[in-house]
Write a protein that binds this ligand. Structure first.
Ligand SMILES: *[C@@H]1O[C@H](CO)[C@@H](O)[C@H](O)[C@H]1NC(C)=O
Ligand SMILES: *[C@@H]1O[C@H](CO)[C@@H](O)[C@H](O)[C@H]1NC(C)=O
Length: 467
């Protein structure tokens, strides 16, 4: 305790001199393992600019691929009747969850092909479940003997191979990592001791996180499974100060907020708060909306039907709302146990990418504008970039006429539709702005359209009252 206090007093003045670094614009400073200090860290620029990432849930749960990635817990923890029944009907009574692992074969896994699809989606980063709550690691973890992808099942370092392929495509590579494991005896022992012992953290969680960072240099650490214990049990602040001060990724790494009970939505480089978090309003702190294309599962689900998958229009809506409100979208797919990304996921990703090819100017490196959704026309979400304001229009306007309340044009304003050659005619009065779209047969692309407005008048509210 004393040592830390002294360190604080001595170090603060020395390191309060901030030094700009080249590249990601990270400030070179040291952090003590305390939230108030860790919270001073500026989030590396690349993350806010990226806006869109792909989340991958892959593990032994991809073998049964029914219900969800929580299969094991639902079967033998909660004993959900339908899951218990499924096992009874289809497997011998001696069959254990570990017996699924040899069927995690990944024989069709082509990391370069995956990376090509991710690149084509327009995403800028990829986050893979290095280990979900089942405890199975997709890399040959030294602390997960026999329960990892090299020792059984695929007999391959899935994570290492994907990391290489993703980086080759100039995408950032990140890892999801579950702190707790449903059935790990060391964890259960610590929990029975009211988390006053830390054997599981010392022998499993910490060594794994260090190994992941040192060996694979992930630029996103997406922590999860933290909620049963305090951050002091998980040693989170010690880990994060090491990560920010001394790790090989200290300049560029970003972390989420799931580092212990009560921490989400309060600490971390970006907030995830809850799954599918999408507040619909501007937040001051950087945040991420993690959501999944299959509405009912993060892991692959053989029984999913077409209506269970979000449509590309719904996904673009999610992206527009999220980016307009200052968030990033982390969109999840669940590959199969034999290593495929099924065509429905592939199609969604490719269509996102085609849309972003035309409209990415309104997304990447954009910033929230003073208004998020237009205050009179719903389904129009704003962003801004380089002095221009973009309106992402989630519908084709009736009779080709779009009415907007919030942007106040100047006499220099030019309005264009991204992907369409001519500028659009518009007029403005005290009620708002009326923009004439081309005929629908000339619509550039599908799903949603983006108008770009130059030279808007800055102090909208005052000006509009004067008119
Ligand atoms: C917590 O982190 C500190 C600093 O990295 C380390 O010295 C300590 O052993 C860790 N404690 C546990 C239980 O892992
Ligand atoms: C454009 O607006 C500016 C400032 O309001 C004004 O001074 C100028 O005369 C206007 N120009 C035209 C061509 O209307």
């Amino acid at each position: 305790m004393h040592k830390i206090v002294i360190l604080l007093i001595i170090c603060k003045p020395i390191f309060s001199v901030k030094e700009r670094r080249e590249g990601d614009g990270i400030l070179n400073q040291r952090f003590i393992p305390d939230w108030s200090d860790l919270d001073r860290r500026e989030i590396p620029d690349w993350y806010d600019k990226a806006k869109f990432g792909i989340f991958i849930h892959w593990g032994v749960f991809s073998v049964p691929s029914v219900f969800s990635e929580w299969f094991w817990q639902e079967w033998q923890g909660e004993k959900r009747p339908d899951v218990v029944q499924f096992m009874k009907e289809n497997y011998s009574p001696r069959f254990t969850y570990a017996d699924f692992a040899p069927q995690f074969t990944a024989e069709f896994f082509d990391p370069d092909e995956w990376a090509r699809i991710f690149k084509a989606s327009g995403a800028k980063y990829v986050v893979l479940t290095s280990k979900h709550h089942e405890g199975f690691t997709l890399w040959p973890s030294k602390s997960s003997f026999g329960w990892n992808a090299l020792d059984t099942g695929p007999r391959r370092n899935l994570l290492g191979d994907l990391a290489v392929a993703v980086k080759k495509m100039e995408l950032r590579f990140g890892v999801y990592h579950s702190m707790y494991e449903w059935f790990n005896p060391l964890y259960i022992q610590d929990r029975n001791n009211d988390f006053k012992t830390q054997r599981f953290v010392a022998e499993k969680t910490m060594p794994e996180l260090l190994e992941l960072v040192n060996d694979y240099k992930p630029e996103v650490i997406w922590s999860d499974g933290d909620w049963e214990a305090d951050y002091t049990y998980w040693n989170s602040t010690n880990f994060l100060s090491w990560l920010y001060n001394d790790s090989p990724v200290k300049e560029t790494v970003v972390v989420n907020d799931r580092w212990g009970r009560g921490i989400p939505c309060k600490h971390g480089d970006f907030y995830t708060c809850s799954d599918r978090y999408n507040p619909g309003k501007l937040l001051e702190h950087k945040w991420e909306n993690c959501m999944t294309i299959d509405k009912d599962s993060w892991g692959y689900r053989r029984t999913a039907s077409l209506k269970d998958y979000l449509t590309t229009h719904e996904l673009i809506k999610e992206l527009a709302e999220t980016v307009s409100c200052g968030g990033n979208l982390l969109m999840n797919i669940g590959p199969t146990a034999d290593g495929r990304i099924i065509p429905i996921f592939e199609e969604r990703l490719i269509e996102m990418g085609e849309w972003l090819q035309v409209n990415g100017e309104a997304i990447y490196e954009s910033h929230p504008w003073k208004s998020q959704e237009d205050s009179s026309t719903s389904g129009v979400w704003y962003t801004q970039r380089d002095g221009n304001v973009y309106g992402i229009v989630l519908f084709w306007p009736k009779q080709e006429l779009l009415y907007l309340h919030d942007p106040l044009p100047s006499n220099k304003t030019v309005i264009t539709l991204l992907g369409y050659p001519d500028s659009l005619s518009w007029k403005s009065n005290d009620k708002g702005l009326q923009i004439v779209f081309p005929s629908m047969s000339e619509a550039p692309g599908k799903f949603a359209w983006v108008i770009k407005m130059t030279s808007l008048t800055k102090n909208k509210m005052k000006a509009r009252r004067k008119v």
